[in-house]
Design a protein around this ligand. Structure first.
Ligand code: SF4
Ligand code: SF4
Ligand code: SF4
Ligand code: FES
Length: 867
């Protein structure tokens, strides 16, 4: 125990900390400027000076470690004079443009000068001049205001690990600049903006349009972009979002956000939101009243149910909607219409992967804490770039590297490129062979311990590829040996699984192999989720085979429990999944589809086929915020409120339930309504007697129906106590009941002459929502065709050229962007921008074991477009 005295107060410390931290622990505030919690100490501003007995001069408390018996004073006349002098030095060059500076009112320098002086500066010389830089569309730099605290640089290198900015120049000509010059070529997380104490770097989004004291309301909520579920504060003025900011101490993202979370919110007030229901009249969508739209929808759904049975109706739920919205959609389908045909885009990979892993290991297998990744000594990533799909989770992987751990990536490493010691990029669709070889090596090094008999039995039947068989994958036996050596040397590893490992033929085998790697190395598993509520979709029963709480609908015991809880009947057979519903629409078996917050025409592969199938339905209802490609085909379009306009909950990929809070009214007062409310209205018109006044009423019912959520109210969530395992009962006894396709075989590795089209999941965009955010569009304005320079050369292309990619399903013309890190057998396109649906060109099938989507036959012809 270390005992120190600070301002006469005795402080006891278990471990040595800095004097600044010891003082804060004792509730004594020492002023700082270059210090920022979570960043390494810099000791540059000398504002945190303190007197320490027996030390000859004033000391910087942010760098001085405590020692037993130390006696410290933090506010003496000498200290105040020193602080005043330091501030006077800073003001030699800092302009006195507070009336013009957007930071005024929340500027740390302004506050310090107000507290310590000087009242007037003594330097008559001119201040340094440096023109404000508007080279960047998002970040404006005013280096005259920079106090060189380096907080931004430490943030960018230590926590963001982007290493994009540095101090350039010498003496009074030292400025913070991006390495890329005027415009930033970085991850645009904006975390440097959070830490800048003055107005030297600021967002351009609302430049000169408000003052910090104009903020009328702050709403603490959860980001609506991905499955990490970062906490954020929406600052509001006149019903408009001024800023989305993180707050240290709120949420587990520790004051960090990514580009989408920080700048992407504008899509909710871009002016393109649907304002009134639409109905198809004489082939055209026309504005109608809510009453007309709702009564038509309910009447047609009822007629189709009565004529063809509930099984002729299906629904698509949404990973962007809340648990309450999704619960209500499944209730409408299952209990009111009598159809288990409910699924979502989580079918693409997340839901089948989750269910399959739970079959191997038990419910909650991926319920691991994101912050805990940073404490691991190694990470194995397969199937996607975590720094783009789930950026804040990706930062934890970078943190593992910073603390000396190993990061191994199977596939294109993307944002982890500089953190991997070697690359391991198999030929597309040969990953299964590489994974089998890794498991084979691991079995030699780490024989299984008998904890999972079913898994071990299957491992005994696993065909381990020979070195020759490995040859077709592009990964050498030496590479495999190295990976398995790295994996077996890790004592607290993490396995991160992304979509590309699931969207393969024989997804069951890839998932089994990844599960086996986790099992043999005793790793925690994380499943990347590119929507905020994919996990909630599963938990709320938005799957054809699972009731709320993840209970199989085909098991009588669970069905009866749900029926008892609600007093309503549910069909006995599992329903159709998303792709079976498309098939059903095509064949005429499915007559009506209710799509909530999803855009299948754009987001599913082979969009022409999907469009045709949806076009042949008797009734297509789309409930969404915008008029999407799918909504344009609908018979009825119901406008719904967006994420900051509603109350409810999301469940993130670590199974954390968090409150989504309403920050703005949106157009709800007169137009759009919360999704659950629209659904409850339609269900009521179809005979449901239960009514709901508030979103809390819906959640209370979830707690009643889902054994997983028993006793888990909003109060528990507000207290941060809604983290798996919940108070309810997990589903046990199903684990071990799984099959693996092709365990004793190896796939043929295709060797097509044409490159594969792979779907890029970009850092700056997210599905089709982000394309309505002006800021994200300023960072990445449109689509491009990413390819290796060698591949480009072979097609007579270079960066900036226009290329045409085509196959039997469609044609796209895109600007070429060269990327040395890309393999030369694939091209990448983001599926985001209107008119550029890359998924339309991808062929697909569904894996018979997991029900996951797999990409198939997705090679493309690449040609130069002659201007
Ligand atoms: S926005 Fe993020 S990546 Fe870019 S310079 Fe700032 S901290 Fe670095
Ligand atoms: S730009 Fe801001 S955070 Fe960066 S060194 Fe200057 S004052 Fe500090
Ligand atoms: S990591 Fe995900 S949840 Fe966090 S700010 Fe980015 S998009 Fe939002
Ligand atoms: S805060 Fe300690 S030297 Fe700057």
């Amino acid at each position: 125990m270390i005992k120190v005295t600070i301002d006469g107060r005795d402080v006891e410390l278990e471990h040595p900390v800095t004097v600044l931290e010891a003082a804060r622990k004792a509730g004594i505030e020492i002023p700082t400027l270059c210090y920022f919690e979570g960043l390494s100490p810099f000791g540059g501003c000398r504002l945190c000076l303190v007197e320490v007995e027996k030390l000859p001069k004033l000391q910087t408390s942010c760098t001085l470690m405590t020692a037993d018996g130390m006696v410290v004073r933090t506010e003496t006349e000498q200290i105040r004079a020193a602080r005043r002098s330091m501030l006077e030095f800073l003001l030699i060059n800092h302009p006195l443009d507070c009336p013009y500076c957007d930071k005024a009112g929340e500027c740390e320098l302004q506050d310090l000068v107000a507290r310590y002086g000087p009242e007037a500066g003594r330097f008559a010389e001119g201040k340094r001049r440096h023109p404000e830089s508007f080279d960047d569309p998002i970040i404006v730099r005013n280096m005259e205001r920079c106090v060189l605290c380096t907080r931004c640089i430490r943030m960018c290198s230590e926590l963001q690990a982007s290493y994009s900015i540095s101090v350039t120049g010498r003496g009074s000509h030292s400025f913070v600049e991006p390495f890329s010059g005027g415009r930033y070529d970085c991850e645009y997380c904006g975390n440097c903006l959070t830490v800048c104490p003055v107005g030297a770097i600021m967002s351009r989004l609302h430049r000169h349009s408000y003052r910090p004291w104009f903020v009328e309301k702050e709403t603490e909520t959860v980001c609506g972009f991905c499955g990490v579920g970062c906490s954020m504060v929406l600052q509001m003025r006149e019903n408009s979002i001024i800023r989305a900011i993180p707050r240290r101490g709120v949420g587990f993202n520790e004051g960090l956000l990514c580009a989408r979370g920080r700048f992407g919110y504008e899509y909710v007030e871009g002016g393109e939101e649907l304002t009134t229901p639409l109905m198809r009249v004489d082939g055209e969508l026309r504005q109608v009243s809510w009453e007309e739209a709702l009564s038509f929808t309910a009447r047609r759904l009822g007629e189709i149910r009565d004529e063809f049975g509930g099984g002729a109706v299906g629904a698509v739920a949404s990973g962007r909607c809340t648990n309450e919205d999704n619960y209500m959609l499944q209730k409408l389908m299952r209990f009111v219409i009598g159809s288990n045909n409910i699924d979502s885009a989580a079918r693409n990979y997340y839901a089948p992967a989750q269910i399959y892993l739970e079959r191997i290991f038990g419910q909650g297998i991926t319920a691991n804490l994101i912050p805990g990744i940073a404490n691991s000594d190694g990470v194995f990533v397969a199937g996607g770039d975590p720094t783009a799909i789930n950026p804040i989770l990706g930062l934890k992987i970078r943190a593992v590297w910073r603390s000396g751990g190993r990061v191994v990536v199977l596939g294109v490493p993307g944002g982890l490129k500089r953190f991997v010691p070697y690359e391991l990029i198999p030929v597309p669709y040969s990953e299964e062979i590489v994974l089998s070889a890794i498991v084979g090596r691991l079995l030699e090094r780490k024989p299984p311990g008998g904890a999972n008999a079913a898994l071990e039995a299957k491992l005994r039947d696993l065909r381990i590829p020979s070195d020759d068989e490995l040859g077709s994958t592009g990964v050498s036996p030496e590479d495999v040996a190295r990976v398995s050596e790295d994996l077996s040397s890790m004592s607290t590893p993490v396995v991160v699984i992304g979509p590309d490992m699931v969207q393969r033929r024989r997804a069951s085998k890839s998932l089994f192999l990844l599960g086996a790697i986790a099992y043999l190395t005793n790793a925690r598993i994380f499943l990347l989720a590119d929507r905020p509520n994919y996990q909630g979709l599963l938990d709320m029963g938005c799957l054809p085979e699972l009731l709320p709480g993840g209970r199989p609908v085909e098991l009588e015991m669970f069905r009866h429990k749900a029926e008892e809880a609600l007093g309503m009947k549910v069909p006995e057979q599992r329903g159709l999944n998303l792709f079976e519903m498309i098939d059903g629409a095509e064949s005429g078996r499915l007559k009506a589809l209710y799509v909530m917050g999803e855009n299948p025409v754009f987001n599913l592969p082979d969009g022409v086929r999907v469009e045709k199938a949806l076009g042949s339905l008797d009734l297509l209802v789309v409930q969404d915020v915008h008029l999407t490609e799918t909504a344009r085909l609908a018979d009825v379009v119901l406008p719904a409120t967006a994420w900051p306009e509603k109350e409810g909950t999301y469940t993130n990929l670590e199974r954390r339930l968090q409150r989504v809070r309403k920050a703005r009214r949106g157009k709800m007062a007169s137009y759009g309504r919360e999704d659950w409310r629209i659904l409850a209205d339609i269900a009521g018109r179809l005979g449901m007697t239960k009514t709901y006044q508030r979103v809390e009423d819906v959640w209370e019912e979830v707690m009643h129906v889902s054994a997983l959520h028993t006793g888990l109210g909003y109060e528990e969530m507000d207290g941060g106590r809604a983290l798996w395992p919940y108070y309810g009962e997990p589903l046990r006894g199903m684990e071990g009941d799984f099959t693996v396709e092709g365990l004793d075989g190896l796939p043929e590795v295709p060797a097509p002459e044409r490159p594969y089209l792979m779907i890029e999941r970009p850092l700056y965009h997210s599905g089709t929502f982000s394309r309505r955010s002006k800021a994200l569009l300023a960072i990445q304005p449109g689509p491009y065709l990413k390819m290796n320079p060698e591949l480009a050369r072979r097609h007579g292309l270079t960066g900036g050229d226009k290329a045409r990619i085509s196959n039997g399903r469609g044609v796209l013309e895109l600007e070429v962007r060269l990327d040395d890190d890309m393999p030369d057998n694939q091209v990448h396109v983001a599926n985001t921008f209107e008119g550029f649906a890359a998924m339309r060109l991808a062929g697909f099938g569904t894996d018979p074991v997991t029900g996951a989507l797999y990409m198939d036959d997705n090679t493309v012809r690449v040609e130069k477009v002659l201007r």
